[in-house]
Write a protein that binds this ligand. Structure first.
Ligand SMILES: Cc1cc2nc3c(=O)[nH]c(=O)nc-3n(C[C@H](O)[C@H](O)[C@H](O)COP(=O)(O)O)c2cc1C
Length: 155
């Protein structure tokens, strides 16, 4: 079973979860990055750029990831909740996955611990590509819980 970790992070909370979790697993890791980076200013990023993309369902270009996804049986996808669902660059990543026949496990974190977010994420991912086998990972948990979950799903 070959596993790839993919993440998007703006203020690096998700990056820390990925790095700490992966100290245990040592999987290959790639970062999703918007081709034109978001503003470093929170208000501009959140209330102008990200809000506009979300409201208009715009999938921004992301930096090219030179990987053959078919070499991996599963992808662990990590991101923060933005506007009640995934950040739109994550949507671009999913669009680019095309014909991926492994599993995609979803791990999200957010400021508010609202379980509805994960429901939104699962629903919105299917709207982009419903041929992909999405699975719920963990939502708003610490690193230990991530490690435990990934260990158990690998059994
Ligand atoms: C553009 C933007 C939108 C956000 N929207 C939400 C939201 O709808 N609900 C929430 O609880 N937190 C929201 N947050 C907070 C992030 O989900 C939270 O701070 C997360 O841990 C950030 O992860 P990161 O450091 O990897 O970017 C938002 C943050 C940003 C920047």
């Amino acid at each position: 079973m070959k596993t790839l970790m993919v993440y998007f992070s703006w203020s690096n909370n998700t990056l820390k979860i990925v790095e700490e979790t992966n100290k245990y697993f040592h999987y290959d890791v790639v970062r999703i990055e918007r081709k034109i980076p978001y503003s470093k200013d929170y208000n501009t990023c959140a209330y102008v750029e990200a809000k506009d993309e979300w409201e208009k369902r715009l999938y921004p270009e992301i930096k090219q990831i030179n990987l053959d996804y078919s070499l991996y049986n599963r992808i662990l996808l990590f991101f923060p909740i933005w506007w009640y669902t995934f950040p739109m660059p994550v949507g671009t990543f999913i669009k680019n996955l095309k014909n991926y026949d492994g599993e995609v496990y979803v791990f999200a974190n957010s400021y508010t611990n609202d379980p509805k977010y994960m429901e939104n994420v699962m629903k919105d991912l299917k709207l982009i590509d419903n041929t992909i086998d999405y699975k719920k990972g963990v939502f708003n948990q610490n690193v230990e819980k991530h490690i435990k979950f990934i260990k158990e799903m690998s059994l």
